[in-house]
Each structure stands twice: as C-alpha cells, then as structure tokens.
Design a protein. Sequence first.
Length: 245
Amino acid sequence: MEYGKPEMMAAAIIRQIEDGDVVFHGLASSTPMVAMKAAKALGKEFTYVTLSDGVDHDWARAPYVASTLTENTYTGAVATFGLDEIFDLFCSGKGDIAFLSCLQMDKEGRIAMSYLGGDYEHPKLRGPGGAGSATLTPVTPKTTIWKTTHDKKTFVGHVDFATTAPALDKDFTVITPLCIFKKPAGEKYLKLDCIFPYTTLEEVKENTGWEIDETDVPVMEPPTEAELAAIKRVDPQGILAFEFK
C-alpha cells in the first residue's frame, strides 16, 4: 500500500504507544486522533483520553470532521473526564503520554504557544496560550509533540516567549513530517533520533533553525501493511490528511 507524510507520522505516533499506557490528546488534534484510533484497531491495550471528555470512546466510529471536540471522540465512552480531572490525572502521576503541538519550538524543546512576533502586548500572531501544554508538559512522563510542518519558521534557534518547556527528568519527543527528535531525560537539548524513509539528513538540516550535530542517524521503518490497513479502517474519509493541505 502507498503512503505519504500523513501515514508516516501516524505510524510514528502509533509506535509511541505501549500496552497499559494512559494517553491523551487535546483540541484540534486530528493527526493523533486518527493514529490513536488506528492503534486501538491494531489491538493495543491502552486508555484513550481526549478533550471531548470521553474515556475509551468507540474508536471504530470513523471521524467525519477534523475537529476532536465532537461526539465522535465521546460516543461509547466508558467514563467522562473533564479537563480539570485530566489535569489531576496527569499531575498525580497516573498519565503516561500527552500528544501536544506547538506554534514554534527551539533546540531546548521550549514551546511557543502564546504569540509569535512583536511582543506580548502587541503580537503579530496571538496563539491559544498555555492551556494543556503548560500544565501537562512538565508533569507527563512521555510528552510527544507532533507538528505537521517542518521548516525554519517552526523550528527556530530560540523562541521569543516560551509558554512551556520540557522537564529535565522526563522524556520528550518531537514528531515532524521529516523526522523524530528526542530529548532524553536528564539532557538539555533535542537530538535527531531518526529520519523518515523519503527524506535525507541534509533536508532535515536545511529545514531546521538550529545546528544539527548528528552525522549518522537511522531511518525509521515505513508504515507496515497492518498499520496502513488500520489507518484506512478507522479513517475512510481521509481526515488524517487535513492538517497537511
């Protein structure tokens, strides 16, 4: 089966999830939504929590819009968790992975979600602010940032205003359409962990706003037939591609 950047990113997200994990994604998160439904279709046993307040909803219901704040991620849920309860869950150490995104990021993994350009009072672009990112990033054992664009406007040398930053004692992963960065617990800077089959180390360097020191990195295996079939099963409308247009 053929695949592109959306399917590669979804496969990379799926592979982050392990049996027994408690996993969260927030609003406007169609890429991890499809990936997490596909992970369920593949038989992974994990608890799926979303900002729609549904816990372990009926994952077999195909999404019909890119929004993740609909009944599609609520119908069939075994429980209802409000955002305050989700924060309590992770702050008490009972959550495992949070899939979050960003407007910009720098080499330290510092995330800009509040504004871009100008200053705080007079920004060129006002973002959504801290919300879940500021609460969950410091306390989540495995924060995974997904971003469907990879360029020097997004991955910059230094963010002007950091809404939040990764905890030094926790794992931090960044998945882009080209590669995966990781900041292992105890280390300060992101490192290039692997690249995807259709790109090169040179392309990743050319599109990243900081110097990449790694000279030899592995290539992640492409999506398996099983992963592609699971994605197609849960997403026949092609919602996964929405953020890549």
